[in-house]
Design a protein around this ligand. Sequence first.
Ligand code: AOF
Ligand code: ZN
Length: 410
Amino acid sequence: MDDKNDEKYMDMALSLAELGRGTASPNPMVGAVVVKDGKVVGKGWHKRPGTPHAEAIALRKAGDKAEGSTIYVNLEPCCHRDKLTPPCTDALIASKVARVVVGMVDPNPKVAGKGIDTLREAGIEVELGLLAERCEKLNTAFAKHITTGLPSVTLKVAQTLDGKIATSTGESKWITGPDARRAGHLLRDQSDAIVVGIGTVLRDDPALTTRLEGEGKSRDPHRIIMDSHLRIPLDAKVLNVDSKSKTYVATTVAASTQKMKELKRKKAELLIIDADPDGRVSMPLLMEELAKMGMTNILIEGGARVNAEALRSNVVDRVMFFIAPKILGGDDARGSIGGRSPESLVDAVQLHSVHYSRVGEDILIEGYIMKEGPEASGAVSGEPQSEQPQAEDRASHKRRRRKSRKGKQG
Ligand code: AOF
Ligand code: ZN
């Protein structure tokens, strides 16, 4: 076995898998490379649900040359039958592949190691775990969705150095520079849906489409407006854009049925979601609903109230803060996260696996939310546990503080 070549071909499989970003969802991104006598004889990647799997495409291209070959695939080949395409294990066995190098086990409970067992029982050599960390990172959203029924959620903010997202009069175009804005459009291109509050629609009237100039095809995510009382104007851009994706208005049963009818006439889809105690669309229930609809990657883009609610209700996995070297100042300018501030610093939202980078003239700080409780294990975010320092300690410390505060009040 040649370790260096194995890595090279798994890297190739990962690059192929990446081509399915944005289209493969809710399926995983998968790439496969068939190698015979040191030559690539077949390649494939999974484009969208219902279309052939990566291995099936690569094997078809390899034809007879697949016999005695090694195939590299970033995800364990599937073996289950109650689905849209035939099991890849059948195809691998029929093609007489000699060796299968797999990046990670398929987290789908219907597979979860059974694909590998099937191949080994058929006498095929299987190696598991090559470039595992990269493979797991690539399919974090798929893993979370298939194991928990929830989407992976990214909160994106563009703010000044002092945390403002608009001036006192509501002016917000543009806080960050062109490079950061382009990065924002790339994020949209890779997301299944983009969520904003009705406040943002009323103030900024955004189109919420993806605009990547001169870069070929880009995808619009579905547009989701949280609007408990259906205040959305019928001439809002989001209700009148020319786009292949849909606009959904998430509201509650308390909203006007007349307005619901008018929105349906505008081709908007209504999502009736149970209200939270304040009578507003419940953020966790909305996320559950979007996941049920097959959306695995959600981008939240404000405003301040929606951002605060997303963090408070614990639906966010990852944050991306683009920070411009500008200072607005003023208590009357809107900050990026609304709501009430906690009394103590220990109750601040903590990040782990933080990454700092420069995007044009701006700084990007991205990181994953440190979760409390059993889900604090890195499994959900796909991050190694060691990168969640003292998550348990911090969580139990917070609980102790809350208890002692309650004790004092009572
Ligand atoms: C693979 N290779 O390229 C993909 C796999 O509905 P289906 O038939 O497309 O099956 C979807 C399931 O198959 C998905 O949940 C995951 O477990 C696996 N995806 N497996 O061997 C692929 N896309
Ligand atoms: Zn398959």
